[in-house]
Design a protein around this ligand. Structure first.
Ligand code: CA
Length: 466
């Protein structure tokens, strides 16, 4: 489970991380962080967290600079989708997944019977989220969330998670020391964020604890339970790889276009293997992430269920495809593009500069295509009555070059030197209403951190994840 990024978050991240990295933890700063941490006590108390639990989780807590560094990078958005999917569905992951299907057959039988969720999708999520438990994340969840909440990066998201995380400790589902997770506080074998954990994790083995860190039945049971409430339909696929007719431009259909499979068929779209659609009345969206240059899909209800786990469509495609491969189906027939249609770093930065100059984007030029830039491209496409898919192509860049006013003399090439403009809040993970019943405490001011020098927009090498 991951959260989306925004240019503003990147900015705060760069500044805060640098300050945290470069500065020795002065008593004054430690004091400010602790003041912020302690400000969560009233909300925790209202949620019936005891003072002892709160103290155990927060006493002497220091911010974790690595968390803010990590918040700047998310592979689903940064990598070309073909590369991301290929990596997520690697030969090794497929092999280990098949072994897990055998090893946990009895458990998976039970989960299919109880929740009506296909075993392959459960195992695929396990594989993509933590590499079947190899990578649970080694960051203390309370520390990560407090770092995010108190230093500005993803603060709104983190504030909404802290009380739920403290309640995990209060219930005794796990201990403070064992409660590790990703930089964003995603926890256990299948990486639940605390609010989702609170609402949907299950005690599958019946020992009284919902231990998604150390008990495989609890972890996989929780995933199946969550997919069930996310309206997974038993025995149905997430989608089909399709062949587009030559005349059909996939960019004419936005991600909000729903048609039945029969209606798509009438437009000339067929399954790649030529077979008919088994349930032609099912509603589907066209998903052609690389336009006409790569595999195209008609995605169904179950694809949207996977998106409840993680809002990135590349993630849902990777999970769905891994599940299919685990079930013995073939790789995609169509190849992903190999680069000729992809923008270079310089071109991505130019695109962002031009989107800012034309009023379609606010924030920093960093060359990273995140949710902010995709939104900017969509805004431009809407304004020009183009198909709205948010896909940053060379065609869009060339149009902008012709239309945009000449850029200002000083190139805004360094993220931290830009003045942050107010941005829409970063999109939050799909969290059901029930999971957010506990109100986060009032908005805290980010702890003010001195900056020794501007952070550069140089891309970091980040360890491979998933
Ligand atoms: Ca248990």
């Amino acid at each position: 489970m991951r959260i989306a990024r925004s240019p503003k978050a990147l900015m705060f991240g760069a500044i805060s991380a640098l300050a945290l990295t470069l500065l020795p933890p002065s008593p004054a700063f430690a004091g400010k962080f602790q003041t912020c941490v302690q400000s969560f006590w009233p909300a925790a108390k209202r949620a019936k967290v005891s003072r002892a639990t709160f103290d155990r989780a927060t006493k002497g807590l220091t911010p974790d600079p690595e968390v803010i560094e990590s918040a700047k990078y998310q592979p689903e958005y940064k990598k070309p989708i073909g590369e991301y999917v290929d990596r997520a569905v690697s030969v090794k992951r497929l092999k280990v997944g098949k072994e897990k299907l055998v090893e946990y057959k009895v458990l998976l039988d039970k989960l299919e019977a109880k929740y009506g969720v296909d075993r392959h999708i459960v195992v695929a999520i396990w594989g993509v989220e933590s590499n079947y438990g190899d990578n649970l994340g080694d960051k203390n969840v309370i520390r990560s969330l407090m770092t995010l909440a108190c230093s500005g990066t993803k603060a709104k998201y983190a504030r909404g998670q802290i009380v739920s995380a403290l309640r995990v400790l209060q219930r005794g589902d796990t201990t403070f020391d064992a409660m590790n997770g990703s930089w964003a506080g995603a926890m256990g074998h299948t990486q639940f964020i605390p609010t989702t954990y609170t609402a949907y994790a299950v005690d599958q083995d019946g020992d009284g604890k919902r231990d998604i860190w150390g008990t495989i039945p609890d972890a996989l049971g929780s995933t199946a339970a969550y997919l069930k409430v996310s309206k997974w339909k038993r025995g149905q696929t997430w989608g089909y790889e399709v062949k587009l007719p030559k005349r059909l431009n996939p960019k004419r259909y936005s991600s909000r276009t729903y048609k039945t499979l029969a209606q798509w068929r009438k437009l000339g779209i067929t399954r790649i293997n030529g077979r008919p659609f088994p349930r032609p009345a099912d509603k589907a969206q066209l998903f052609a992430p690389e336009g006409k240059n790569g595999p195209a899909f008609l995605v169904l209800n179950n694809f949207r269920s996977i998106l409840r786990y993680n809002v990135a469509k590349s993630y849902a495609l990777a999970v769905g495809h891994l599940a299919d491969r685990l079930a013995g189906y073939d790789p995609f027939v169509q190849a992903w593009p190999t680069g000729e249609n992809r923008l270079s770093l310089e071109q991505r930065m130019e695109l962002q500069t031009l989107l800012i100059a034309t009023g379609h984007l606010e924030g920093a030029v960093d060359g990273i295509i995140g949710s902010g830039t995709l939104g900017g491209v969509r805004s431009y496409q809407r304004a020009k009555s183009l198909p709205v898919d948010g896909y940053p192509t060379l065609t869009i860049l060339n149009r902008l070059r012709k239309e945009a006013p000449p850029p200002p003399v000083q190139q805004p090439a360094v993220a931290a030197e830009q003045v942050a403009s107010p941005q829409a809040a970063p999109p939050l993970p799909a969290v059901p209403a029930a999971a957010t019943a506990v109100q986060p405490p009032p908005v805290q001011q980010p702890v003010a951190l001195p900056v020794r020098r501007p952070a550069s927009a140089v891309e970091k090498t980040v360890p491979a994840q998933n």
